[in-house]
Design a binder for this molecule. Structure first.
Ligand code: ATP
Ligand code: MG
Length: 207
């Protein structure tokens, strides 16, 4: 093949690529133009893979970076305080933590229900607060699965929250009704996890 025909081939490929990208750009621009609604979102991060809570906290950090008001409620907490707490509390984010540890550690259902109800009352107050722009309800899904908190009450509080308030719910096995209500749902799939190979939870990575 001569140098000339190679150049022609390249030119051809480039112009085809440009045409395709132009068509993609038009479609993307149209979709951006069409998306005009602005309101608070309900986001669910569920599934068995690692990355749900870190995603929720990442969104809180993103919001705080824009000067928004954010709050975190943590349902179920292990024995270690998560690293995000000290960072975000210093940035003015309020934290409420169930602080009972995992159910398989406490083994006391009455105490767990009381603790869940206490942070749920706090969550309800935050879900009415117009000053809260973004609220993370970390591991709320388990409270619904165990029926420690009433599903209808949660749906009602979510439906009646301030119109511009964003809420993020994390945890495995999210109830179908919450998924149906949500605007954005991501399911994190576990491909592999270090723990399966006997590696301990690592500070700064796992909590
Ligand atoms: P992270 O807080 O790291 O984003 P997560 O919120 O997705 O994790 P959880 O189910 O809340 O996951 O579990 C919290 C802890 O369990 C973390 O220390 C995490 O690394 C670990 N973990 C998450 N997924 C798995 C898994 N598939 N196998 C074993 N351990 C896991
Ligand atoms: Mg989590």
């Amino acid at each position: 093949m001569t140098d000339n025909s190679t150049n022609k081939d390249l030119d051809n490929k480039n112009s085809k690529h440009k045409e395709r990208m132009q068509a993609v750009k038009e479609k993307v621009d149209q979709r951006i133009d069409d998306a005009q609604e602005e309101r608070g979102l309900l986001i669910v991060i569920t599934g068995n893979g690692k990355g749900k809570s870190t995603s929720g906290f990442g969104t809180i950090a993103r919001a705080v970076g824009h000067g928004l008001n954010a709050a975190v409620v943590q349902y179920i907490k292990g024995t270690w305080a998560c690293g995000e707490r000290s960072l975000l509390e210093n940035a003015g984010v309020s934290f409420d933590v169930m602080a009972t540890g995992f159910t398989w550690n406490t083994q006391d259902k009455t105490q767990d229900i009381a603790a869940a109800q206490k942070v749920w009352q706090r969550s309800k107050a935050l879900l009415k607060d117009k000053n809260v722009d973004v609220l993370l309800l970390d591991e709320l899904t388990y409270m619904l699965a165990y029926k420690y908190i009433d599903l209808d009450e949660v749906i009602n509080a979510l439906n009646n929250r301030p119109v511009n308030q964003h809420v993020i719910i994390t945890g495995r096995a999210c109830h179908r009704a919450i998924i149906d209500l949500a605007d954005t749902v991501s399911e994190v799939k576990s491909v592999k996890h270090a723990f399966d190979n006997g590696i301990k939870a690592q500070k700064g990575i796992d909590w």
